[in-house]
Design a protein around this ligand. Structure first.
Ligand SMILES: [Zn+2]
Ligand SMILES: [Zn+2]
Length: 339
């Protein structure tokens, strides 16, 4: 099969011929139609996050496609099923974390002693075929085409989980910091739920886009957010914790700040003027928060409440897609076609 291989740390991705995988017990083989490019894929391949110990290195955790073969013992998925493959496919089931009996989430991937993670511990979805555990697949709604569905497997899942984790209540105001792959969906999810939604972005060019996505107001930073009346919820979707710290200035008393993005280098700091204690702010971590929330995120897109905006690339252009992601030029998710 053809796969987008990262030859070594920091090298450009290359479309190469590699062995087609076969599904083992409890696994399915998925013919990948499309796979989104997440910032984490770029960081993994650049060594900003630990370079995957795979041979060959194939990243990608936004793969969607069709089940073409079910391994021994598989009954929940059948050939012909349209599925997405999740970032965390499964856990060891035996370690101290697993014994706590928690649902399969991004947290499982970061805590289990031997997690099965797409494109991290096992080959990912930037290929014509990917093998996944049944627990790492989710049925796709019929209404969603593959290119629209792909970004929901990580970016959409992250955005919706963050909004859920904020416990946003009726009449509260929701601010979304960062307008990239996750942020452009977070704005739409918040708006779809009826929240007055504020986009926080320094990019002048994205301000008009933010309004089209449903933001009632667009501000540049936390100071402007405060001047506009502040927000009860701040969803941090970008990759800068420094920007997140600055945006604390715009969070109302009793507000919640949800850290849903990864800043691999910067630190999130709370300054004395932020009055986190006196304002009784809550800083909440959030990741992919469970299959039920992924199902909800997919359903909202299937019902037309949320639509990922994608730029599609043919598989031969995968290196260009990654470059565009790295330069923050994509509006708003790069999706590579593999079928
Ligand atoms: Zn991701
Ligand atoms: Zn475990």
């Amino acid at each position: 099969m053809k796969a987008a291989v990262v030859p070594a740390v920091g090298q450009r991705w290359e479309l190469r011929e590699v062995a087609t995988p076969r599904p083992g017990p409890g696994q399915v083989l998925v013919r990948v139609h499309a796979c989104g490019v997440c910032h984490n894929d770029v960081w993994l391949s650049r060594g900003v996050l630990p370079f995957p110990p795979l041979d060959p290195v194939i990243t990608g955790h936004e793969a969607v496609g069709e089940v073409v073969e079910a391994g021994p013992g598989v009954t929940a998925r059948r050939p012909g099923d349209r599925v997405g493959v999740t970032w965390v496919q499964g856990t060891c089931g035996r370690c101290a974390y697993c014994r706590r009996g928690l649902p399969l989430t991004g947290q499982s991937g970061m805590n289990c002693a031997e997690p099965v993670m797409t494109g991290v511990t096992v080959p990912g979805g930037h290929a014509e075929y990917v093998v996944a555990l049944v627990s790492g697949t989710v049925p796709l709604p019929d209404e969603l085409d593959y290119e629209t569905a792909a970004p929901l497997l990580c970016a959409g899942y992250t955005a919706w989980s963050a909004l859920r984790a904020s416990r946003a209540a009726p009449r509260e105001r929701v601010a979304v910091l960062g307008l990239g792959g996750v942020g452009h969906l977070a704005v739409q999810y918040a708006r779809a739920c009826g929240f007055e939604t504020v986009a926080v972005t320094r990019s002048a060019e994205k301000q008009e886009l933010a309004r089209k996505l449903g933001a009632a107001l667009v501000v540049a930073d936390g100071t402007q957010l405060r001047e506009s009346g502040g927000a009860d919820v701040l969803l941090v979707t970008g990759t800068s914790y420094a920007a997140a710290g600055e945006a604390l200035a715009g969070v109302r008393p009793n507000g919640r700040v949800v850290l849903a993005g990864i800043d691999p280098q910067g630190a999130f700091t709370i300054g004395p003027r932020d009055m986190v204690w006196a304002n009784r702010l809550q800083i909440v971590g959030s990741t992919h928060n469970g299959p039920q929330e992924l199902h909800e995120a997919l359903r909202m897109a299937a019902e037309g409440a949320v639509t990922p905006l994608v730029e599609t690339f043919d598989r031969e252009q995968v290196a260009e897609a990654v470059d565009a992601v790295e330069r923050n030029e994509v509006r708003f998710r790069a999706v590579v076609r593999y079928a």
